[in-house]
Design a binder for this molecule. Structure first.
Ligand code: PGA
Ligand code: ZN
Length: 432
């Protein structure tokens, strides 16, 4: 069988924060090669799969020597000879070999790099671009991008409480056009920031460094930037927020350091609901902490008919948590990050669980990234409908946007831009 795995190697590379990360390289008997680089989060959920880091003083403890060594010493032997086209078989083997519930022994960074490298090798063996290999002859949509304009929270020294101030352009008609509109907004926002005072560079994902007096100041500025860009806020361009509230508290209460300090879960829900009524907001991620499902469900019950409520740290790309969250009405969309769960197969299962519930699905990057563009292919080939990559600057982000432009071109005249169809229930209809 030509698509059998002939060799697996790991190596240490560097990510966009200048921290060590793992790359895996898989060679098949056919000569096909697949490679992939593990991303890394900063605002991580407690229920995520765990990266294996060396600890100690070297590289701030972020070294990956042990993770790379495990690929050579254990993983290679276990999956060599397996068929790369049997992704589920390979991923099951990786989970069994690790033997822990959260991949802590071999490390989710090692496992995710190998899992995605196997996928790339299988697509190369089939002589297909990855997105088309995954689509398996089904018609797929070009995803709607969600793009950061200001970065805050854990990605910007907590200059704002809210982590991501992003835009979405569901009426753009094409991915290419959505990026052009976003560029207008990004530059208009930069001009407004400059007028406010010294522009202090960019946050971890490349969005403007947030020099704001309050979270609402940021929302006001973003709304003004959209209008100043020549596009219409709440029509051509909508706001999307990642509150990343897990970083702000839990069911016992939340701290909005920039605003008025301590809020109860109920007050937090009321604050988020008020923002979603006052600003042209189409999507809100993690408005509550990972285990505060009461607050998150309250937000979804109040505005979920017209606003996408995304679970990130709440769901951690875990199909079982998606099922339970759906039962409890916690949100209406799932963020899908392969390294949160550790393998391609488990991430796809979480996406399938979300889609089966009629939810939206957003394939997402991490704040620590690289030139690896796998997520552009996953978002398209899995027909997720949405793609979140970070800002509109810096090459680890632009590599993904640029890859999407190539994919859109390859789909050709057949390409259907997901637009409002990406959202659950009535959200698209209400906002169209
Ligand atoms: P992270 O942030 O990659 O630092 O976890 C991204 C997000 O919260 O969506
Ligand atoms: Zn998030």
């Amino acid at each position: 069988m030509t698509s059998r795995i002939a060799s697996v190697t790991g190596r240490q590379l560097w990510d966009s924060r200048g921290r060590p990360t793992v790359e895996a390289e898989v060679h098949l008997e056919s000569g096909a090669i697949g490679r992939s680089i593990a991303p890394a989060g900063a605002s991580r959920g407690a229920h995520e799969a765990i990266d294996l880091r060396d600890g100690g003083d070297v590289f701030g403890g972020f070294g990956v020597n042990r993770a790379v060594a495990g690929i050579g010493a254990e993983i290679a032997g276990a999956i060599t000879g397996m068929d790369a086209r049997d992704q589920a078989g390979v991923d099951n083997m990786l989970c069994d070999l690790d033997g822990t519930p959260n991949k802590a022994r071999l490390g989710a960074n090692a496992i995710v790099a190998v899992s995605m490298a196997v996928l790339h090798a299988a697509a190369a063996d089939a002589r297909e671009p990855l997105w088309r290999y995954l689509a398996d002859r089904k018609k797929v949509r070009v995803p709607l991008p969600e793009i950061q304009i200001f970065g805050g929270g854990a990605h910007a020294g907590r200059r704002t409480d809210v982590q991501d101030f992003m835009v979405m352009c569901p009426k753009a008609g094409s991915f290419r056009r959505a990026l052009e509109i976003t560029d207008d907004v990004y530059r208009a926002a930069g001009r407004l920031m400059e007028a406010k005072g010294p522009l202090s560079g960019v946050a971890d994902e490349g969005g403007w460094w947030p020099n704001f007096a309050s979270n609402e100041d940021a929302l006001d500025t973003l709304t003004r930037a959209i209008d100043a860009s020549g596009h219409r806020a709440g029509d051509d361009v909508f706001i999307s927020l990642d509150i990343a509230a897990n970083e702000l508290g839990d069911a016992d209460g939340y701290t909005l350091a920039l605003d008025d300090g301590r809020l109860s879960g109920e007050e937090m829900a009321a604050r988020i609901i008020a923002w979603s009524k006052r600003y042209p907001i189409l999507s809100i991620e993690d408005p509550a902490g990972q285990d505060d499902w009461t607050t998150m469900a309250a937000v979804t019950a109040a505005v979920g008919e017209c606003v996408q409520i995304i679970g990130d740290d709440v769901l951690v790309t875990n199909a079982a948590r998606v099922e339970r969250a759906a039962e409890a009405g916690v949100c209406n969309a799932a963020l899908i990050k392969v390294n949160q769960v550790g393998t391609v197969t488990e991430a796809k299962a979480a996406l399938n669980a979300a889609v089966a519930r009629g939810w939206g699905a957003i394939v997402s990057a991490r704040s620590g990234e690289s030139e690896d563009v796998t997520i552009a292919h996953l978002a398209t080939g899995w027909d997720a409908g949405q793609l979140k990559v970070g800002s509109f600057t810096r090459s680890e982000r632009m590599a993904k946007w640029n890859e999407m432009l190539r994919i859109e071109e390859a789909i050709g005249t057949d390409a259907e831009f997901a637009g409002f169809s990406a959202f659950a229930g009535s959200i698209g209809r209400v906002n169209a």
